[in-house]
Design a protein around this ligand. Structure first.
Ligand code: FMN
Length: 400
């Protein structure tokens, strides 16, 4: 039997995922709304930062361990919450949780996860699980979801604020989207796309045909359908006023995910948030939102150390993690990096991807002469003159 070569990078995982997944599923992960400008900005923002290495220093070993929101992590990387991963890999959410556990990091679980939180927790074991909250179905549904997250032992709540409605993903409307309901007509429509991927299809069917969102229920106990969950993603949208009751209800750290301005950063602090994730949802929502690494300094300055600040969007290698930390982020979250790995090689792919991140961070730290992630600061990087990241249309585009 031909042995699979280990993954060598996120790009490699994405190339393999492209071969393995039906077109609609692949396009769902690429995401990117409208002209996909933000998708590219996120990547180009990192390309704009260069290192200022210190040579001729020796550190016996490099320390990557850190504490984020009271959770001990073996490296400053967290798996970002990602909804509806079952079409990507049949056991995706549990596989991600197991990979996080093996790596000693935290894992985010989306409101839209295709696996119930109670089934993910045992897979996560000692890995801290951070539940991501949408208001799909309104406050009563959200309250019940928060109760559930607290009761099963989630260590933090990520409240996503950047999706008052879903971004316009054009390829989905051109026919490359996941169906909300799977019936005979959808089966026939998707057959030409799906039948050339028999291994994928067999795995997918193990979990039944229908796509589900088992973490959100109406007050009468009925699960929301995917259609209901998507249509009602944020109806009414979450507001800063909601942070008070969410915090009281959850009782643990509550984080605003999707902050992109100093104004929102200050409002998050005023609303009692314990942390901020600088995020543009990986370019899935508002197109022409700025690259996250570009606005990170503005957000850090606005909060002045009052809360922990994380960043996600476009992080594809260890060097990107080091750049984000040198700018002042406490840790990063990665989304597509591990999702492509799951698509390319299942759970083993996720383990390999986290190993790549760890070795990438270690290697970069050795090459810049820094022995501890806690010692990373702006003296290790050079920002482009003027504002960070002057992004224009002549830049490279993310692989599609
Ligand atoms: C397939 C997929 C599904 C996602 N679903 C959610 C979600 O349900 N809730 C959420 O807050 N963010 C979601 N995200 C966004 C991630 O949490 C994260 O912000 C983003 O992926 C970071 O950008 P990156 O993919 O470039 O690393 C999703 C991302 C992906 C790739």
């Amino acid at each position: 039997m031909l042995r699979r070569k280990p993954l060598v990078s996120v790009d490699d995982a994405q190339r393999r995922a492209r071969r393995r997944l039906p077109r609609g599923v692949y396009d769902f992960v690429i995401g990117g709304s409208e002209a996909r400008l933000t998708l590219d900005h996120n990547l180009n923002g990192f390309a704009d930062i260069t290192f200022r290495p210190r040579y001729a220093v020796a550190h016996e070993r490099r320390n990557l361990a850190t504490t984020v929101l009271g959770c001990d992590l073996s490296m400053p990387v967290v798996l970002a919450p990602a909804g509806q991963l079952r079409p990507v890999f049949h056991d995706a959410e549990r596989a991600a949780a197991r990979a996080a556990r093996a790596a000693g990091i935290a894992v985010g679980v989306s409101t839209f996860a295709s696996t119930a939180i109670e089934e993910i927790m045992p897979a996560a074991g000692a890995a801290p699980v951070w539940y991501q909250l949408y208001f799909s179905g309104g406050r009563a549904v959200a309250e019940a979801a928060v109760d559930r997250a607290r009761n099963v032992g989630c260590k933090a709540l990520l409240v996503t604020i950047d999706s008052p409605r879903t971004g316009y993903r054009e390829s989905a409307y051109l026919g490359n989207g996941l169906p909300h309901k799977v019936g005979l007509s959808t089966a026939l429509r998707f057959a030409p796309e799906v039948l050339p991927h028999p291994v994928w299809l067999a795995r997918y069917l193990r979990g039944g045909i229908a796509l589900r969102v088992p973490n959100i229920r109406w007050p009468d106990g009925r699960e929301l359908t995917i259609e209901e969950a998507s249509l009602e993603r944020q109806t009414p949208p979450v507001t800063w006023d909601d942070f008070r009751w969410i915090k009281q209800h959850f009782g643990g750290p509550v984080v605003a995910k999707g902050v992109l301005t100093a104004e929102d950063a200050r409002r998050a602090v005023d609303a009692g948030a314990d942390g901020i994730v600088v995020s543009n949802h990986g370019g899935y929502m508002l197109d022409s939102a700025p690259s996250t690494i570009r606005v990170l300094p503005e957000v850090l300055e606005a909060v002045g150390g009052q809360v922990e600040v994380l960043v996600d969007g476009g992080i594809r290698r260890g060097a990107d993690v080091v750049k984000a930390l040198a700018l002042g982020a406490r840790a990063v979250m990665i989304g597509r990096a591990y999702v492509w790995a799951l698509a390319a090689a299942g759970e083993q792919g996720a383990h390999e991807m986290l190993a790549l991140f760890r070795s990438g961070i270690e290697r970069t730290m050795t090459l810049i002469g820094c022995g501890d992630v806690a010692s990373l600061d702006r003296s290790y990087i050079d920002l482009p003159p003027g504002r960070l990241g002057r992004l224009d249309g002549s830049r490279p585009r993310a692989p599609r």
